[in-house]
Design a protein around this ligand. Structure first.
Ligand code: ADP
Ligand code: MG
Length: 207
């Protein structure tokens, strides 16, 4: 269980910011954990702003919604720079589906933390091929706290770290739900990729 650092103190007064990353596969509880942390910050009377990429409209145009229907009001943004303008007065910044943003998210989160804000970023650490996804690896490197959460493998019941794509599309970004992806453990992911006759994790493959 992640214990929030100094959640009850006034962040603005301390001017001490930091970055937390919550990562894992699809269905691993990233959004649930993000909402949990943000709700606790609200209970501590901190000003909270939540952002998500404008392209992620799966459940709701403005809310961040978890697979078990928890939700919190958010602001969709097209590019990370918008967050610098919109997060001016808040103590805590939440970002969901961070993997869909470009690399500039790393600089934006760093700037927000340098300004004394607590920045909590949730996102997929790997894409459907098992490769590091977008800005996530760099965010994990610069974060003070990294939490990797796990789903349950739908094939065998072990802990799952991979998002196995059932749908045939080869686009890197395919917004989808239970009908497009499955949470799988390593052996069951590899088994599925073998069946698809696709090389899963190749160091030669480009991102
Ligand atoms: P994420 O943001 O990581 O995709 P969410 O926080 O939206 O995940 O949803 C997590 C919820 O998904 C779980 O609490 C559970 O109700 C549901 N769920 C559906 N399939 C699975 C699975 N294979 N493993 C774990 N949880 C699952
Ligand atoms: Mg999510």
């Amino acid at each position: 269980m992640f214990i929030e650092p100094r959640v009850g103190t006034s962040l603005a007064a301390s001017r001490r910011g930091w970055i937390e990353v919550v990562c894992g596969s699809m269905f691993s509880g990233k959004t649930e954990e993000l909402i949990r942390r943000l709700n606790r910050a609200k209970i501590a009377r901190q000003q909270v702003e939540i952002f998500k990429p404008a392209l992620d409209t799966r459940y709701h145009a403005e809310d961040v919604v978890s697979h078990n229907a928890n939700s919190i009001r958010s602001t969709p943004v097209a590019v990370p720079q918008e967050m610098l303008l919109l997060a001016g007065g808040c103590d805590v910044v939440g970002v969901d589906e961070a993997q869909f943003f470009d690399e500039s998210l790393v600089e934006v989160c760093t700037q927000l933390a340098n300004r004394g804000k607590r920045v909590i970023v949730a996102g997929l650490d790997m894409d459907y091929m098992g490769k590091p996804f977008g800005p996530m690896p760099a965010l994990m490197a610069v974060a003070e706290f990294v939490t990797k959460v796990h789903a349950v493998c739908v094939c065998c019941g072990e802990i799952a770290s991979y998002s196995y794509r059932i749908a045939a599309s080869e686009d890197k970004i395919l917004l989808g739900e239970t009908d497009s992806y499955e949470a799988r453990c390593r052996p069951c992911f590899l088994e599925g990729m073998k069946e698809k006759a696709v090389e899963p994790i190749s160091s030669a493959a480009k991102h």
